[in-house]
Design a protein around this ligand. Structure first.
Ligand code: PLP
Length: 371
């Protein structure tokens, strides 16, 4: 029996992962060394510093969780919530809903604030809810809702939470490294992301960062975090900079080589340049889609450059088009989720793929498939 498999060379223009640069894959294929080897530990310090720069933070509690973006979400919520704590959660898509589930499983009491899918979270409504629930311990929301392509005003939302002494938990899985994020400037308290979107590293790593205020909340918990693996107070013994590294779990050594290289590429390019590249690619896509007579789900001011939700024209079976793109063009795009299933395509221009060339390829392939 053959156990081999062949991987096609796809162009990944969906909601993530994005294509991984060759140097990131090459970094990953270096020899595995021990996770407590001094050479590896030195590399971990560099990863931490590069995470701080890309998140624009000086937070000491900054590290990559050895698991995908969802584990970053869970890490933030299980560490900051104790049973019975109220958490205001803004929901304008799939990932806000996932936050609600995490709050419930952490024993918290969610105060769900719903918004139309495709619209941003409304700060005015959040302000009212914060006033109605003075006992709430945190406000959680998604900066870049990948299920719809809508961008919320993270700065204003974090500021509202900060003014009321409520911790903010922000999902930056899709925004980080593609549009501006400013953890310290916005006073965000707990932030998580993922490696597979605008960083263009391999999937399976969730960078997280906690403000001093959030770290204090973790230190002063009355009950231990119910998840042993995600308990920041334990895992930090391994990631604490400069101190004695203690074994917590066996880090995904080669995956972290890839993260290191991908972060190095981001800093080499410069954050502002990278954001500008995402914007230029998005603008090319808008122009192309409009020339095909296609329109966007999200209103212009709230559109994410890296995740473009395009309305499926009347009478078109969106799955047939997506399958044709995959089989005939080796191009992956995403489908709509939940109430948007069958109604939109999601075209990602993330990280390495945020180029005018990728945007134009998506437009011309879609044009041909719609003939
Ligand atoms: N949050 C957002 C906004 C996402 O887009 C995703 C993944 O698409 C996640 C969380 C979960 O990340 P992962 O699939 O890596 O667990």
């Amino acid at each position: 029996m053959s156990t081999g498999f062949t991987i096609p060379n796809r162009l990944l223009l969906g909601p993530g992962p994005s294509n991984t640069p060759a140097s990131v894959l090459a970094a990953m294929s270096q020899p595995t060394i021990g996770h407590l080897d001094p050479v590896f530990i030195n590399m971990m310090d560099q990863i931490k510093q590069m995470l701080q720069v890309t998140f624009k933070t000086h937070n000491r509690l900054t590290m990559p969780v050895s698991a995908p973006g969802s584990a970053g979400m869970e890490t933030c919520l299980v560490n900051l919530l104790e049973p019975g704590d109220q958490a205001i959660v803004a929901v304008n898509g799939v990932f806000g809903k996932r936050m609600v589930e995490n709050v419930v499983r952490a024993g918290g009491v969610p105060i769900v604030v719903e918004f139309e899918w495709g619209r941003p979270v409304d700060p005015q409504r959040i302000k009212e809810v914060l006033n109605e629930h003075p006992q709430a311990r945190l406000l959680a929301f998604v900066h870049a809702e990948t299920s719809t392509g809508a961008r919320s005003d993270a700065e204003t939302l974090c500021c509202l939470a900060h003014e009321r002494g409520v911790l903010s938990v922000v999902d930056m899985v899709t925004s980080w490294c593609g549009i501006e994020v400013d953890v310290d400037g916005w006073k965000a308290d707990a932030v998580y992301s993922g490696a597979q979107k605008c960083l263009s590293a391999v999937p399976g790593i969730a960078p997280v960062t906690f403000s001093e205020k959030a770290a204090d909340r973790i230190r002063t918990r009355t009950k231990p975090v119910q998840s042993w693996f995600l308990d920041m107070s334990l895992v930090m013994a391994y990631w604490a900079e400069g101190g004695q590294r203690a074994y917590h779990h066996t880090a995904p050594v080669n995956t972290l080589y890839a993260i290191h290289e991908a972060l190095r590429l981001v800093l080499d390019e410069g954050l502002e340049n990278r954001w500008a590249r995402h914007k230029a690619a998005h603008e090319a896509l808008v122009k192309g889609m409009e020339s095909l007579g296609l329109s966007f789900l999200v209103e212009e001011p709230y559109r994410l450059p890296m995740l473009n939700a395009i309305k499926v024209p009347e009478g078109v079976n969106e799955a047939v088009v997506r399958n044709k793109l995959l089989t005939d063009y080796n191009m992956e795009i995403g489908a709509g989720l939940g109430p948007l299933q069958g109604k939109i395509w999601r075209i990602g221009l993330m990280g390495n793929n945020a180029t005018v060339e990728c945007a134009n390829r998506a437009v011309s392939a879609l044009d041909e498939c719609l003939q």
